[in-house]
Design a protein around this ligand. Structure first.
Ligand code: ADP
Ligand code: MG
Length: 331
Protein backbone atom coordinates (compact mmCIF):
# COMPACT_ATOMS: atom_id res chain seq x y z
CA UNK A 1 0.00 0.00 0.00
CA UNK A 2 1.12 3.61 -0.51
CA UNK A 3 1.83 5.49 2.70
CA UNK A 4 1.62 8.91 1.07
CA UNK A 5 0.52 10.16 -2.33
CA UNK A 6 0.83 13.76 -3.43
CA UNK A 7 -1.01 14.57 -6.66
CA UNK A 8 -0.55 17.90 -8.44
CA UNK A 9 0.09 19.67 -5.14
CA UNK A 10 0.55 23.45 -5.46
CA UNK A 11 0.96 26.01 -2.71
CA UNK A 12 1.05 29.79 -3.01
CA UNK A 13 1.39 32.44 -0.34
CA UNK A 14 -0.48 35.42 -1.85
CA UNK A 15 0.99 35.64 -5.34
CA UNK A 16 4.17 33.71 -4.58
CA UNK A 17 4.11 30.15 -5.89
CA UNK A 18 6.17 28.07 -3.47
CA UNK A 19 5.17 24.53 -4.53
CA UNK A 20 4.58 23.84 -8.21
CA UNK A 21 2.74 20.68 -9.24
CA UNK A 22 4.32 18.21 -6.86
CA UNK A 23 3.69 14.50 -7.62
CA UNK A 24 5.24 11.98 -5.23
CA UNK A 25 4.38 8.44 -4.10
CA UNK A 26 5.79 6.88 -0.95
CA UNK A 27 5.44 3.17 -0.26
CA UNK A 28 4.65 1.67 3.13
CA UNK A 29 7.85 1.43 5.20
CA UNK A 30 9.93 3.60 2.88
CA UNK A 31 12.42 6.18 4.13
CA UNK A 32 12.11 9.12 1.75
CA UNK A 33 14.32 12.19 1.92
CA UNK A 34 13.32 15.52 0.36
CA UNK A 35 16.54 17.37 -0.34
CA UNK A 36 17.20 20.74 -1.90
CA UNK A 37 18.77 24.12 -1.20
CA UNK A 38 17.43 26.42 1.47
CA UNK A 39 14.21 28.15 0.38
CA UNK A 40 13.19 25.55 -2.24
CA UNK A 41 9.97 24.68 -0.37
CA UNK A 42 10.89 21.59 1.69
CA UNK A 43 9.35 22.76 4.98
CA UNK A 44 6.26 24.07 3.21
CA UNK A 45 5.77 20.69 1.55
CA UNK A 46 6.15 18.87 4.87
CA UNK A 47 3.68 21.28 6.49
CA UNK A 48 1.17 20.63 3.71
CA UNK A 49 1.52 16.88 4.35
CA UNK A 50 1.07 17.45 8.09
CA UNK A 51 -1.93 19.72 7.57
CA UNK A 52 -0.25 22.75 9.14
CA UNK A 53 -0.71 24.48 5.76
CA UNK A 54 -3.47 23.89 3.21
CA UNK A 55 -2.50 23.02 -0.35
CA UNK A 56 -3.72 25.72 -2.74
CA UNK A 57 -4.64 22.90 -5.13
CA UNK A 58 -3.96 19.20 -5.53
CA UNK A 59 -4.54 16.17 -3.37
CA UNK A 60 -2.78 14.74 -0.31
CA UNK A 61 -3.47 11.08 0.53
CA UNK A 62 -2.17 9.32 3.62
CA UNK A 63 -2.64 5.54 3.70
CA UNK A 64 -5.05 5.80 0.77
CA UNK A 65 -7.32 8.37 2.41
CA UNK A 66 -7.63 11.93 1.06
CA UNK A 67 -6.70 14.16 3.99
CA UNK A 68 -6.92 17.66 2.52
CA UNK A 69 -9.72 18.48 4.95
CA UNK A 70 -8.55 16.32 7.87
CA UNK A 71 -6.99 18.29 10.76
CA UNK A 72 -3.31 17.58 11.64
CA UNK A 73 -4.16 15.65 14.83
CA UNK A 74 -6.32 13.19 12.86
CA UNK A 75 -3.86 12.46 10.05
CA UNK A 76 -1.89 9.73 11.84
CA UNK A 77 1.35 11.66 11.48
CA UNK A 78 3.99 12.76 13.99
CA UNK A 79 6.45 15.53 13.26
CA UNK A 80 9.96 16.22 14.55
CA UNK A 81 11.37 19.73 14.08
CA UNK A 82 14.87 21.18 13.99
CA UNK A 83 14.04 23.27 17.06
CA UNK A 84 12.94 20.20 19.15
CA UNK A 85 9.89 22.20 20.38
CA UNK A 86 9.89 20.56 23.83
CA UNK A 87 7.86 21.97 26.71
CA UNK A 88 10.52 23.53 28.98
CA UNK A 89 8.54 23.09 32.22
CA UNK A 90 7.79 19.39 31.67
CA UNK A 91 10.28 16.61 32.32
CA UNK A 92 11.22 14.07 29.67
CA UNK A 93 8.57 11.56 30.72
CA UNK A 94 5.81 14.19 30.61
CA UNK A 95 7.02 15.62 27.32
CA UNK A 96 6.85 12.13 25.84
CA UNK A 97 3.44 11.33 27.39
CA UNK A 98 1.61 14.54 26.57
CA UNK A 99 0.12 13.65 23.19
CA UNK A 100 -1.12 10.29 24.53
CA UNK A 101 -2.70 12.01 27.55
CA UNK A 102 -4.47 14.37 25.17
CA UNK A 103 -5.71 11.33 23.23
CA UNK A 104 -7.05 10.04 26.59
CA UNK A 105 -5.00 6.84 26.49
CA UNK A 106 -4.88 4.74 29.67
CA UNK A 107 -1.95 5.24 32.04
CA UNK A 108 -0.94 1.64 31.34
CA UNK A 109 -0.61 2.27 27.60
CA UNK A 110 1.21 5.56 28.20
CA UNK A 111 3.73 3.96 30.59
CA UNK A 112 4.38 1.06 28.21
CA UNK A 113 4.88 3.29 25.16
CA UNK A 114 7.15 5.73 27.00
CA UNK A 115 9.21 2.84 28.40
CA UNK A 116 9.57 1.29 24.94
CA UNK A 117 10.56 4.58 23.26
CA UNK A 118 13.00 5.60 25.98
CA UNK A 119 14.67 2.19 25.79
CA UNK A 120 15.06 2.48 22.01
CA UNK A 121 16.50 5.97 22.34
CA UNK A 122 18.67 5.32 25.38
CA UNK A 123 16.76 7.88 27.45
CA UNK A 124 15.91 5.67 30.47
CA UNK A 125 18.27 7.56 32.75
CA UNK A 126 16.85 10.96 31.84
CA UNK A 127 13.09 10.54 32.25
CA UNK A 128 12.88 12.84 35.28
CA UNK A 129 15.03 15.62 33.86
CA UNK A 130 13.85 18.91 32.37
CA UNK A 131 14.85 19.75 28.79
CA UNK A 132 17.24 22.43 30.14
CA UNK A 133 19.15 19.64 31.91
CA UNK A 134 19.82 17.77 28.65
CA UNK A 135 22.37 18.12 25.83
CA UNK A 136 21.18 19.07 22.34
CA UNK A 137 21.45 15.47 21.17
CA UNK A 138 19.39 14.21 24.12
CA UNK A 139 16.75 16.88 23.51
CA UNK A 140 16.43 15.82 19.91
CA UNK A 141 16.08 12.18 21.04
CA UNK A 142 13.22 13.24 23.33
CA UNK A 143 11.56 14.99 20.39
CA UNK A 144 11.92 11.78 18.37
CA UNK A 145 10.59 9.77 21.35
CA UNK A 146 7.56 12.01 21.48
CA UNK A 147 6.85 11.05 17.88
CA UNK A 148 7.47 7.32 18.42
CA UNK A 149 5.03 6.94 21.35
CA UNK A 150 2.20 8.08 19.10
CA UNK A 151 2.80 5.12 16.81
CA UNK A 152 2.07 7.22 13.72
CA UNK A 153 1.38 5.93 10.22
CA UNK A 154 3.90 8.44 8.93
CA UNK A 155 6.86 10.20 10.56
CA UNK A 156 7.77 13.66 9.30
CA UNK A 157 11.23 15.05 10.12
CA UNK A 158 12.19 18.65 9.30
CA UNK A 159 16.00 19.04 9.41
CA UNK A 160 16.16 17.33 12.82
CA UNK A 161 19.97 17.29 12.97
CA UNK A 162 20.71 20.88 11.96
CA UNK A 163 21.21 22.15 15.51
CA UNK A 164 23.70 19.42 16.44
CA UNK A 165 27.47 19.55 16.11
CA UNK A 166 29.14 17.46 13.40
CA UNK A 167 30.01 14.37 15.49
CA UNK A 168 26.57 14.23 17.09
CA UNK A 169 24.93 14.73 13.73
CA UNK A 170 26.63 11.64 12.44
CA UNK A 171 25.72 9.56 15.55
CA UNK A 172 22.11 10.69 15.51
CA UNK A 173 21.91 10.02 11.78
CA UNK A 174 22.96 6.42 12.40
CA UNK A 175 20.41 6.16 15.23
CA UNK A 176 17.60 7.43 13.02
CA UNK A 177 18.53 4.85 10.37
CA UNK A 178 18.51 2.09 13.02
CA UNK A 179 15.18 3.34 14.31
CA UNK A 180 13.69 3.13 10.84
CA UNK A 181 14.90 -0.48 10.55
CA UNK A 182 13.39 -1.36 13.95
CA UNK A 183 10.04 0.38 13.49
CA UNK A 184 9.64 -0.35 9.79
CA UNK A 185 7.58 2.86 9.68
CA UNK A 186 7.13 5.18 6.71
CA UNK A 187 9.29 8.27 7.11
CA UNK A 188 9.63 11.54 5.25
CA UNK A 189 12.77 13.42 6.13
CA UNK A 190 13.62 16.91 4.93
CA UNK A 191 17.17 18.24 4.73
CA UNK A 192 19.41 20.59 2.74
CA UNK A 193 22.33 18.24 3.45
CA UNK A 194 23.13 15.88 0.59
CA UNK A 195 25.13 13.56 2.89
CA UNK A 196 22.05 12.95 5.06
CA UNK A 197 20.01 12.32 1.94
CA UNK A 198 22.53 9.88 0.47
CA UNK A 199 23.05 7.95 3.72
CA UNK A 200 19.47 7.73 5.02
CA UNK A 201 17.18 7.47 2.04
CA UNK A 202 15.61 4.49 0.32
CA UNK A 203 14.37 7.14 -2.08
CA UNK A 204 15.51 10.72 -2.60
CA UNK A 205 13.31 13.49 -3.96
CA UNK A 206 15.44 16.39 -5.20
CA UNK A 207 13.59 19.71 -5.04
CA UNK A 208 14.56 23.00 -6.62
CA UNK A 209 12.52 26.17 -6.56
CA UNK A 210 9.28 24.37 -5.63
CA UNK A 211 9.56 21.64 -8.25
CA UNK A 212 10.61 18.01 -8.18
CA UNK A 213 13.79 17.66 -10.25
CA UNK A 214 14.28 13.90 -9.89
CA UNK A 215 13.18 10.94 -7.76
CA UNK A 216 15.21 7.77 -7.25
CA UNK A 217 17.47 5.74 -5.01
CA UNK A 218 20.67 7.50 -3.89
CA UNK A 219 22.82 5.53 -6.36
CA UNK A 220 20.36 6.03 -9.24
CA UNK A 221 20.55 9.77 -8.74
CA UNK A 222 24.30 9.78 -8.23
CA UNK A 223 25.06 7.63 -11.25
CA UNK A 224 22.30 8.79 -13.54
CA UNK A 225 21.30 12.41 -12.82
CA UNK A 226 18.77 13.87 -15.28
CA UNK A 227 20.31 17.33 -15.21
CA UNK A 228 23.21 19.47 -14.12
CA UNK A 229 21.46 20.60 -10.95
CA UNK A 230 21.02 17.06 -9.59
CA UNK A 231 24.52 16.10 -10.76
CA UNK A 232 26.02 19.06 -8.92
CA UNK A 233 23.88 18.81 -5.80
CA UNK A 234 24.59 15.18 -4.87
CA UNK A 235 28.19 14.25 -4.13
CA UNK A 236 30.90 15.84 -2.04
CA UNK A 237 33.18 17.28 -3.28
CA UNK A 238 30.73 18.25 -6.03
CA UNK A 239 30.99 17.25 -9.68
CA UNK A 240 33.36 19.39 -11.78
CA UNK A 241 31.74 21.24 -14.69
CA UNK A 242 33.62 22.66 -17.65
CA UNK A 243 32.97 23.71 -21.24
CA UNK A 244 33.26 20.48 -23.24
CA UNK A 245 35.51 22.11 -25.83
CA UNK A 246 38.21 22.23 -23.20
CA UNK A 247 38.72 18.57 -24.11
CA UNK A 248 36.70 18.07 -27.33
CA UNK A 249 37.39 20.89 -29.81
CA UNK A 250 34.20 22.62 -30.99
CA UNK A 251 31.87 20.83 -28.54
CA UNK A 252 29.33 23.34 -27.19
CA UNK A 253 28.02 21.21 -24.33
CA UNK A 254 28.97 21.28 -20.64
CA UNK A 255 31.11 18.39 -19.49
CA UNK A 256 30.83 17.02 -15.93
CA UNK A 257 33.32 14.74 -14.19
CA UNK A 258 33.18 13.66 -10.55
CA UNK A 259 36.31 14.40 -8.45
CA UNK A 260 36.91 10.70 -7.80
CA UNK A 261 36.90 9.96 -11.53
CA UNK A 262 39.93 12.17 -12.17
CA UNK A 263 43.31 10.46 -12.06
CA UNK A 264 46.86 11.75 -12.24
CA UNK A 265 48.14 11.70 -15.85
CA UNK A 266 51.11 13.88 -16.83
CA UNK A 267 49.83 14.55 -20.35
CA UNK A 268 46.14 14.44 -19.36
CA UNK A 269 43.59 16.86 -20.89
CA UNK A 270 43.26 18.86 -17.64
CA UNK A 271 46.43 20.70 -16.67
CA UNK A 272 45.56 21.97 -13.20
CA UNK A 273 47.40 24.79 -11.39
CA UNK A 274 47.18 23.43 -7.86
CA UNK A 275 46.01 25.94 -5.22
CA UNK A 276 45.22 23.62 -2.27
CA UNK A 277 45.90 20.05 -1.26
CA UNK A 278 43.63 18.63 1.46
CA UNK A 279 45.15 15.54 3.07
CA UNK A 280 42.30 13.69 4.77
CA UNK A 281 44.27 10.54 5.54
CA UNK A 282 42.08 8.14 3.60
CA UNK A 283 41.73 10.52 0.65
CA UNK A 284 43.58 13.46 -0.82
CA UNK A 285 41.65 16.32 -2.43
CA UNK A 286 43.56 18.33 -4.99
CA UNK A 287 41.98 21.71 -5.74
CA UNK A 288 43.17 24.02 -8.47
CA UNK A 289 42.44 25.96 -11.63
CA UNK A 290 42.40 25.42 -15.34
CA UNK A 291 42.32 29.04 -16.46
CA UNK A 292 39.41 30.55 -14.50
CA UNK A 293 37.75 27.20 -13.90
CA UNK A 294 37.98 25.52 -10.50
CA UNK A 295 38.67 21.79 -10.57
CA UNK A 296 38.69 19.34 -7.67
CA UNK A 297 40.20 15.87 -7.87
CA UNK A 298 39.79 13.27 -5.17
CA UNK A 299 42.60 10.75 -5.05
CA UNK A 300 42.34 7.59 -3.01
CA UNK A 301 44.88 7.30 -0.19
CA UNK A 302 47.81 9.51 0.70
CA UNK A 303 49.85 11.48 -1.86
CA UNK A 304 52.89 13.62 -1.35
CA UNK A 305 51.55 16.63 -3.27
CA UNK A 306 51.87 20.36 -2.64
CA UNK A 307 50.12 23.51 -3.79
CA UNK A 308 52.06 25.59 -6.29
CA UNK A 309 52.83 23.42 -9.31
CA UNK A 310 50.80 22.12 -12.22
CA UNK A 311 49.42 18.57 -12.25
CA UNK A 312 47.92 16.76 -15.23
CA UNK A 313 44.64 14.84 -14.78
CA UNK A 314 42.71 12.51 -17.04
CA UNK A 315 39.42 10.61 -16.90
CA UNK A 316 37.77 7.73 -18.71
CA UNK A 317 35.17 8.53 -21.37
CA UNK A 318 32.64 6.48 -19.42
CA UNK A 319 33.00 8.86 -16.43
CA UNK A 320 32.03 11.92 -18.49
CA UNK A 321 28.53 13.45 -18.26
CA UNK A 322 27.26 15.94 -20.85
CA UNK A 323 24.66 18.67 -20.42
CA UNK A 324 22.99 20.98 -22.96
CA UNK A 325 22.67 24.74 -22.58
CA UNK A 326 19.48 24.32 -20.53
CA UNK A 327 21.35 22.07 -18.10
CA UNK A 328 19.59 18.87 -19.25
CA UNK A 329 21.59 15.71 -19.53
CA UNK A 330 22.64 14.70 -23.06
CA UNK A 331 23.25 10.98 -23.47
P1 ADP B 1 12.94 25.33 2.82
O1 ADP B 1 12.35 24.59 3.96
O2 ADP B 1 13.24 24.49 1.62
O3 ADP B 1 14.14 26.14 3.22
P2 ADP B 1 10.46 26.85 2.92
O4 ADP B 1 9.42 25.85 2.61
O5 ADP B 1 10.62 27.24 4.34
O6 ADP B 1 11.86 26.40 2.29
O7 ADP B 1 10.17 28.18 2.11
C1 ADP B 1 9.99 28.18 0.71
C2 ADP B 1 9.61 29.56 0.24
O8 ADP B 1 8.33 29.89 0.72
C3 ADP B 1 10.55 30.65 0.74
O9 ADP B 1 10.76 31.56 -0.29
C4 ADP B 1 9.76 31.27 1.88
O10 ADP B 1 10.11 32.62 2.04
C5 ADP B 1 8.33 31.10 1.43
N1 ADP B 1 7.40 30.99 2.58
C6 ADP B 1 7.38 29.99 3.48
N2 ADP B 1 6.39 30.16 4.38
C7 ADP B 1 5.77 31.31 4.03
C8 ADP B 1 4.65 32.05 4.57
N3 ADP B 1 3.97 31.62 5.64
N4 ADP B 1 4.31 33.19 3.92
C9 ADP B 1 4.98 33.62 2.83
N5 ADP B 1 6.02 32.97 2.28
C10 ADP B 1 6.42 31.85 2.87
MG1 MG C 1 13.00 24.41 5.97
Amino acid sequence: MTALTLTNVCKSFDKTEVLKDINIEIEEGEFVVFVGPSGCGKSTLLRVIAGLEDATSGEVRIGGEVVNHVPPSKRGIAMVFQSYALYPHLNVRKNMSLALKQEKRSQEVIDARVAEASRMLDLDAYLDRLPSELSGGQRQRVAIGRAIVRNPKLFLFDEPLSNLDAALRMNTRVEIAALHDQLGASMVYVTHDQTEAMTLADKIVVLRDGRVEQVGSPMELYNDPVNKFVAGFLGSPAMNFMPADLVNAGDKRTLGVRPEDLFLADDGPLQVDVTHVEKLGGDTNVIGKVGELQITARLFGQHDLKAGGTLGFGFDGAAAYYFDEGGNRVR
